[in-house]
Design a binder for this molecule. Structure first.
Ligand SMILES: *Cc1c(COP(=O)(O)O)cnc(C)c1O
Length: 399
């Protein structure tokens, strides 16, 4: 397995992480941490997770040589880790199944979760149906409007979707509401958080479940190319698909990590979600990390064309990677992501989700200046079917 010296026993990655929650949740977090530490050392639990990965999620996902894309750019060799082919169409299912198994092991059958675009909600609904658990999904009213097909999917799989009408009625408000529910119902309820954010042990636990992405990538790239990749590139919302790819390569210092955030309408405007590129340190949703806030400390409204990147915080391990220089973080605008979306669709016949389209755009630019013997792995975190409406509306809006 992967190197697991971080976080420390208090849940810190350097100065980031920790548990900033109401007193009522402290014992729930301790109980969760204890249960998880037991589970991750238990061969039966790991075997069950691996089996579900294989039989239910469809792992391992391919490491695909994007030949036409590489040829068109004329530089480095570009490989895609095909998380878009995982069940429910994105990497989120890896974590949903892992935590679902843990909840079951803890004897908690009432599962609550937050969702923004609905991808995590769909993954949780699927995992809960499969594992015989009850799913309640908190979702902002604004997001329910924007992402109605995913609301329908969740309901079809037996989940209850609870609209959240507070704040900006989007993801951060859904997380607040889920935390409130957890405080009230902590004795029988498991909170299934969707990214490497929130209080310890979530950033560690979600990272571990998503690390299957990087573990497979390492095995696949060594088998095919007999060497490690030069670059790993992934989009960063909360940061789970990126950390899942990066983490198993942490000790391989020659492998460069690049996280791509959403620059929205531009970093010069306030309409972006580039937390690491343009944020400051603070506490949000129970963890210390970079975040986007105004001068009075109020969390800012964010914007991205990619619903999954539209979050004012980021996982504490990424903040640690940023400050230590282990990873580089860059930002790509809505318009550039749309170029990446079209580029992959047209060269490879693969329609990416708008989130990894950010990574594709950046990787294509980088690849052009590199030689063919350089290997770039892009994490194709999800498929684009969910974004067709966004693209169609944009096309319609053009003069
Ligand atoms: C949710 C989502 C993301 C962003 O979440 P991370 O935790 O940063 O991975 C990226 N891509 C897709 C396809 C998503 O659904």
């Amino acid at each position: 397995m992967t190197s697991r010296d971080r976080p420390d026993h208090r849940g810190y990655f350097g100065p980031y992480g920790g548990k900033f929650v109401p007193e009522t949740l402290m014992s729930a977090l301790s109980e969760l941490e204890e249960a998880y530490n037991e589970a991750r050392g238990d061969a039966d639990f790991q075997r069950e997770f691996q089996e579900l990965c294989r039989e239910y999620i469809g792992r391992p996902t391919p490491l695909y040589h994007a030949q036409q894309l590489s040829a068109k750019i004329g530089g480095a060799t570009i490989l895609l880790k095909r998380e878009d082919l995982a069940h429910t169409g994105a990497h989120k299912i890896n974590n949903a199944v892992g935590q679902g198994l843990l909840a079951k092991r803890m004897g908690k059958r009432r599962i609550i979760a937050e969702t923004g675009a609905g991808q995590h909600g769909v993954a949780v609904a699927a995992a809960c149906a499969k594992l015989g658990l009850n799913a309640i999904i908190y979702m902002g009213e604004e997001d329910i409007q924007r992402q109605s097909p995913n609301v329908h999917r969740m309901k079809l799989m037996g989940a209850e979707v609870r609209p959240v009408s507070s704040g900006s009625r989007t993801l951060k408000d859904a997380i607040n509401e889920a935390l409130r529910d957890w405080v009230t119902n902590v004795h029988d309820t498991y909170y299934l958080l969707g990214s490497v954010v929130g209080p310890h042990p979530y950033p560690m636990m979600v990272r571990d479940f998503q690390s299957i992405i990087g573990e497979e990538t390492k095995e696949q790239v060594l088998a095919i190319y007999r060497r490690l990749p030069n670059y790993l590139i992934a989009c960063v919302g909360g940061g789970s698909n990126a950390i899942g790819l990066f983490h198993p390569f942490f000790n391989e210092a020659q492998v460069k990590f690049i996280g791509v955030e959403a620059a929205g309408r531009g970093l010069g405007t306030n309409q972006h979600a580039a937390t690491l590129a343009a944020g400051k340190r603070g506490v949000l949703h129970g963890t210390k990390s970079y975040l986007l806030a105004d001068d009075s400390g109020q969390i800012r409204e964010t914007h991205s064309i990619a619903p999954g990147l539209d979050y004012p915080g980021v996982g504490p391990e990424h903040s640690y990677y940023k400050d230590s220089g282990r990873a580089t973080y860059v930002a790509v605008t809505d318009a550039q992501a749309l170029e990446g979306f079209e580029l992959l669709s047209q060269t490879e016949g693969i329609i990416p989700a708008m989130e990894p389209a950010h990574a594709i755009y950046y990787a294509a630019k980088l690849a052009a200046d590199l030689s063919r013997d350089q290997l770039i792995v892009i994490n194709l975190s999800g498929r684009g079917d969910k974004d067709l409406d966004i693209v169609r509306k944009l096309a319609g809006a053009e003069p």
